[in-house]
Design a protein around this ligand. Sequence first.
Ligand SMILES: [Zn+2]
Length: 208
Amino acid sequence: MGGIQAVTLYALPVFIELTDHLRCPADHAEQYLVLLPDQIVERSVVAGQLGCPVCGRTYPVREGVGELGDAAVVPRPEAPLDPAAMHVLLGLSGPGGYAALVGSAAAAWRGLAEHNPGVALIAVNPPAAIHDAAPALSVLRAPLIPLKARSLRGVVLGPEFAADPFWIREAARVTLPGLRVVGNGPSPALEDLEQLATAEGWWVASRR
Ligand SMILES: [Zn+2]
């Protein structure tokens, strides 16, 4: 991967900041990705490549979306969760850091952002109608949550993912200890997650 070099000359568009937390989705030790932007509009990387220094794979950024491999297609939710309720379930207080909304949970991003100014949101495999809106929202498509372990302040799993043990493990992996994973569906049994509450089909757990 001799052609891949760190690019730090730009005024930190949101995707460049997020790149520090991204991981290559390939099956090897967690590794950061290097961003080679081709087109930046305001603070958003619209087009470019993400390269892995370990395995040499590259992943495209197209129309502002980081495409890190095969991703489930998620329909628009019939009844998206009220952002105020999601805010309470996530329990974020104060600005800074990132939280991820997986699947149709991302439909609530705009209202959630209003409740949590200064917390950048990451939509993972959102419905097609949801586009990146830097710096408040970045969009990623991937077969897992393509972020490093213990890098996020919280994760909300939409109903398409919240009953799947793989995605529950992923949500626990990327969440900082003591912070929360929220899901829609049956309560998960996972050693890394301590159940806090359930309400109206949603569960809340704390990352141990
Ligand atoms: Zn890799």
